[in-house]
Design a protein around this ligand. Structure first.
Ligand code: ZN
Length: 181
């Protein structure tokens, strides 16, 4: 036992110098990101803003990106391409529906390309893209706007810390890059 004790003592003494917190389940990660399509058109980016903060491993990001972030450390920079199967899925033509314009409430004029919130009943509220207007018929596309796309991410890990109990119970980050409430 004595030997075992002194054997363990050494790494514990020296470990902090070499220890870097890794991204794993329930860590809060702060990162800068750029999301582009295959042609380099930027879809979303944290440039000019504070880094995005999320809790790792609870489904906050698309699975393909969380997989790539696993085990990364502060300061890591990488690029990755996430396929639709690990992101927003494949297009489903059954999710395109024609509905009467008169069914909508609100003052805003309806235009092609706008996003509208609809009550799907059993599945709750969903966001749809208005893709066509023909008289009182409007066509709604419930596919995610990023479905079918290969997502090209540039990521820089800015910081990693433990999530607090309160953050875990809320399911989101508090403070910088997260919720203020
Ligand atoms: Zn909260």
């Amino acid at each position: 036992m004595k030997f075992l004790h002194s054997h363990l003592k050494k790494p514990l003494t020296f470990a902090p110098k070499f220890y870097s917190m890794r991204i794993e389940q329930n860590k809060v990660v702060m990162m800068h990101y750029k999301l582009a399509d295959k042609d380099g058109n930027v879809i979303d980016s944290s440039e000019g803003r504070e880094p995005l903060a999320y809790i790792h491993g609870i489904g906050a990001l698309v699975p393909g990106l969380e997989n790539e972030l696993e085990n990364k450390v502060k300061g890591d920079k990488f690029s990755t391409v996430v396929s639709p199967d690990d992101a927003y899925g494949r297009r489903d033509e059954a999710l395109v529906r024609v509905v009467p314009k008169s069914g909508f409430q609100g003052d805003e004029e309806m235009t092609v390309g706008m996003q509208v919130q609809i009550d799907t009943g059993e599945n709750g509220l969903a966001i749809a893209t208005l893709t066509a207007i023909d008289g009182d018929d409007i066509t709604l596309d419930l596919n995610h706007p990023l479905s079918d796309l290969d997502l090209h991410f540039d990521i820089e890990v800015m910081d990693i810390r433990e999530a607090t109990e309160e953050e875990m119970s809320h399911g989101h980050v508090h403070g910088a890059g997260g919720h203020h409430h």
